[in-house]
Ligand binder design. Structure first.
Ligand code: 5CA
Length: 173
């Protein structure tokens, strides 16, 4: 006879996967906001869109890169979530925001997002971020985003990016 809950394989399948603290924060932000996405951690870090795509077996265009810029006049932090296949055109973004932008330095990124470059997630940030979402991401059925740590990712419907960030879907190229 099998006692319910005594099968070690079933127990392992149910056990919460162990996540690093920063990835766990993203999982909690997702769950708390009503999204059922599951954060998971790879054995190896994936610091670029190309590495992430090859690790999860998707197209590089399906990686949602989270890039932080600093608005020049207001000093606000701007999150641009772009397709791994695209390069953000700072002039295009500046025009949408009504002020110039520049690449944020690592300290600014950590201070405003609470995370280090290489694992910036689309949600769960330390401070509110003005957010723009690359319209090209919406051409995919599913995309993958960083989850707070270089080894951590989650899969989502790209339409959820707008819901979880309040960001505008627009052209950023
Ligand atoms: N974990 C991976 C795959 S999801 C990841 O987070 N990729 S990413 O593209 O979203 O974030 C890495 C990006 O951070 C790089 O593409 C690069 O644009 C940016 N970056 C790297 N170094 C710096 C730096 N010193 N200052 C600002 N941005 C940087």
């Amino acid at each position: 006879m099998t006692t319910p809950g005594s099968n070690p394989d079933a127990a392992a399948a149910r056990a919460p996967r162990s996540l690093s603290a920063s990835a766990q924060r993203v999982q909690e932000a997702l769950t708390g906001a009503g999204f059922d996405a599951q954060v998971f951690e790879l054995e190896i870090p994936v610091r670029t869109a190309a590495e992430a795509a090859s690790a999860v077996g998707c197209e590089v265009a399906q990686i949602a890169k989270s890039l932080i810029f600093r608005a020049e006049r207001s000093g606000r932090a701007v999150l641009v979530i772009t397709s791994g296949a695209n390069r953000v055109n700072e002039a295009t973004v500046a025009e949408k925001l009504g002020e110039g932008i520049g690449r944020a330095d690592p300290d600014f990124v950590r201070e405003r997002t609470g995370f280090a470059i290489g694992g910036i997630p689309p949600l769960g940030h330390a401070t509110p971020l003005e957010t723009l979402i690359d319209e090209d991401l919406l051409t995919h059925r599913e995309v993958w985003a960083a989850a707070g740590h270089p080894n951590a990712l989650f899969r989502l419907d790209p339409r959820d990016l707008a819901r979880m960030t309040g960001g505008a879907v627009t052209r950023v190229r």
